[in-house]
Design a protein around this ligand. Structure first.
Ligand code: FAD
Ligand code: NAD
Length: 446
């Protein structure tokens, strides 16, 4: 059992590791450092707050320095770890007062997360050009939206955050232009037939879509006034950049093995890095993706929490292997719900799978149910050679979120599309149909 564990970063991944250690290994002396003044902010709440769907940020935190210290941890907030000597196993910190300290460790858990990608464009330093990551970012946007002269908002990036923020600013009474260099929204997670449904939902609610456009510069005097792309110029009183995140690996760059795609710390199924006493979790680390049966980078709070738990047990001497992940995710925009897990057909083919998809659309419940019935569209992606299910996507006004968990487990357990055809799914007209869309999609697979 190690005596001293240090955790660098105490947000979702770090907090999960800390709680696991504090709840299960009472003899371990655990210390955490976080450069921020708050921890556990649920970023997903930002759009809900801006859009007025929640009244404020209080419920968006589930942990704190006080809670963790109450369980026995030593927590240093507003304290940056500036370097780590991985050979002599010492971390070097600087606190808010500028005081330098050093702390030895037996085991180290890196939970340093990710930072927003910030394109280097002319005009980025103009006022009202915003990034979204921290609670402070959200609070600043909310405060600025008190200025009614901010009428037009340009959101750059139509991934999860961009689409959610587009809805939020429109709900907040602003005119919204959603810009992306890709030819549609959510292209990293869904196939075109689903992206087009989301596109229609956005434009039906007044969002101006500007896809296949590359932002070249921002223009204005002190405040931003225009966004200039390679195709058009858009008036904008505020510009929000949500063009992805990159892993924050400053501390281990060049000293720990890194993922060729984006430099995230390479980890094994125990979240161990190339140095046995050093673990990496959450957005700064890789995960094992069961859909591709290989190492991948999937920045999600869900992966941050699970990897934090896994690293904590292994750092404390209990071997625990990750079952791998599938990158399950979901989004709900003005009540249009979309969920996906594993690979889209497009990504599966790009990765070289002999992939096929079986699609189906039907009512959620039996046709004789006279109200609260909704159409559901499903796509199941599978490998024609191995018959293994590689991914699934669903879309509906109905809450289809539970269905994606079935496919997440199917990918993890390498279930084939043929095994799914006659899989036992209950029928009750209040909930579904005897020949439900999961069964029908599987039965129709070639
Ligand atoms: C707007 C938004 C909405 C999102 N919505 C969802 C969602 O709905 N579902 C979902 O699954 N995921 C969502 N995510 C992604 C999710 O928030 C991230 O995957 C998650 O925050 C990763 O947690 P983490 O602890 O690994 O990293 P981070 O949250 O980035 O935290 C890293 C921490 O490390 C600290 N740190 C870094 N370097 C140092 C250092 N040298 N010294 C001291 N401290 C340091 C930072 O201060 C920070 O507190 C969203 C993200 C955003 C931005
Ligand atoms: N509901 C959820 O599960 C949820 C919600 C929010 C965020 N997240 C996670 O948080 C992370 C960050 O989300 P995100 O939306 O910032 O990233 P993302 O990768 O989902 O989307 C980034 C988007 O920006 C576009 N883009 C990239 N560079 C551009 C440029 N120069 N100009 C215009 N467009 C550009 C990309 O085409 C992409 O559509 C992701 O890992 C995401 O999965 C998840």
């Amino acid at each position: 059992m190690p005596k001293k564990i240090i955790v660098i970063g105490a947000n979702h991944a770090g907090t999960a590791a800390l709680n696991t250690i504090l709840d299960n290994y009472k003899d371990v002396d655990v210390t955490a450092f976080d450069a921020n003044s708050n921890i556990s902010f649920l970023g997903c709440g930002m759009a809900l707050w801006i859009g007025g769907q929640i009244s404020g940020p209080d419920g968006l935190f589930y942990s704190s320095k006080e809670i963790l210290e109450g369980k026995g941890a030593k927590i240093y907030m507003e304290t940056s770890v500036n370097s780590v000597d991985f050979d002599s196993k010492v971390v070097y910190t600087k606190d808010a007062a500028g005081k330098d300290c050093e702390y030895p460790y037996d085991k180290l858990i890196l939970a340093t997360g990710s930072t927003p990608v910030g394109p280097q464009l002319p005009g980025m330093s103009l006022e009202n050009v915003q990034f979204v990551k921290l609670y402070q970012n959200a609070a600043e946007v909310i405060e600025k939206l008190g200025d009614t002269s901010i009428k037009k908002v340009a959101v750059v990036g139509a991934g999860y955050i961009g689409v959610e923020l587009a809805e939020a600013f429109q709900r907040n009474g602003r005119e919204v232009t959603l810009i992306d260099c890709a030819d549609t929204c959510l292209s990293a997670y869904y196939d075109d037939m689903f992206c087009k449904r989301m596109e229609k939902q956005l434009s039906d609610h007044g969002i101006h879509l500007a896809f296949e456009e590359k932002v070249e510069r921002l223009e204005g005097n002190e405040k931003v006034e225009k966004v200039v792309t390679d195709k058009h110029t858009y008036d904008a009183d505020m510009v929000i950049f949500c063009v992805g995140f990159r892993p924050n690996t400053k501390l281990g760059n060049g000293q720990l093995k890194q993922f060729h795609n984006n430099g995230a710390y390479l980890t094994d199924l125990m979240q161990q890095t190339s140095r046995p006493d050093v673990y990496a979790v959450g957005d700064c680390a890789t995960v094992y993706n069961n859909a591709i049966e290989d190492t991948d980078y999937i920045a999600l709070a869900t992966n941050a929490v699970r990897s934090g738990i896994i690293a904590a047990h292994n750092a404390c001497g209990t071997e625990l292997k990750s079952p791998g992940v599938q990158g399950s995710n979901g989004i709900s925009i003005w009540g249009l719900n979309m969920v996906s897990t594993g690979l889209s057909l497009e990504r599966a083919k790009k990765l070289g799978f002999d992939a096929a998809a079986t699609d189906y659309e039907d009512w959620q419940k039996a046709g004789f149910m006279e109200k609260d019935n909704y159409k559901v569209v499903i796509r199941i992606v599978y490998d024609k050679k191995t018959r293994r299910i590689l991914g699934a996507q669903l879309c509906s006004d109905y809450d289809i979120s539970m269905a994606i968990h079935l496919f997440s487990m199917a990918i993890q357990e390498k279930v084939t599309i043929d095994k799914l055809k006659l899989f036992d799914l209950f029928f009750l007209p209040h909930f579904n149909q005897p020949y439900n869309y999961i069964t029908m999609a599987a039965l129709n697979a070639e």
